[in-house]
Design a protein around this ligand. Sequence first.
Ligand code: ZN
Length: 247
Amino acid sequence: MSDRTKTPAPRTPAAKTPAAVTEPVSARIRARIQKAKRRFHANDNISAFIHEGELDALQAEVEAKLKGVLESLVIDTESDHNTHETAKRVAKMYLNEVFHGRYHAAPAVTEFPNVESLNELMIVGPITVRSACSHHLCPIMGRLWIGLMPNEHSNLIGLSKYSRLAEWVMSRPQIQEEAITQMAELLLDKVRPDGLAVVMEADHFCMHWRGVRDNETKMINSVMRGSFLKDQTLRREFLSLLNLKKG
Ligand SMILES: [Zn+2]
């Protein structure tokens, strides 16, 4: 029998690392989410399913996969000093910076009872928005305004907290329409106002950098809830105060 026809030695399972050790951390996290029957779309927060210490392991896993992407792009990451650490930098940026709001719990927000029974239109904004589109993972940069109509049962939150909550929702791969709906639901839950309006105006870099390469297009959309839906005058007052064109 020649060497060529020799059958390779069968791989013994014992020679391999046990499956429990080689299973990627993302698979463990995914299994927990699926067991709880929860959604894990790009703009969902999954922090409740990530155990202590797993975020570092997840970052290492993402880094290894990104290294594979660079390899497939035929980039010599070994001798190119510019890309040598790129996989590591991007993994860190995704998990701890630009997609922070997907992997980390919501910021602590203290709510105060509305002791003064404020019931006048309140506008917060513009709040700077930094996000990325789920379609291309390209940046989305924009501004957000919040209109609130409190009642005597509403909770008030500090001004800076609106920015923190917006940042938490936006630092995930997002779709603008879904992002402002998530923002509205979160504020309805925290503040419990009579009415709520959220308006966002943003530049989508996937439109500037690729595709139509249109530098002028901005996307503006809004969500109205409660009294903002019913009361046209309130809605008009809010929108006229935004002055979207300036800024
Ligand atoms: Zn896009």
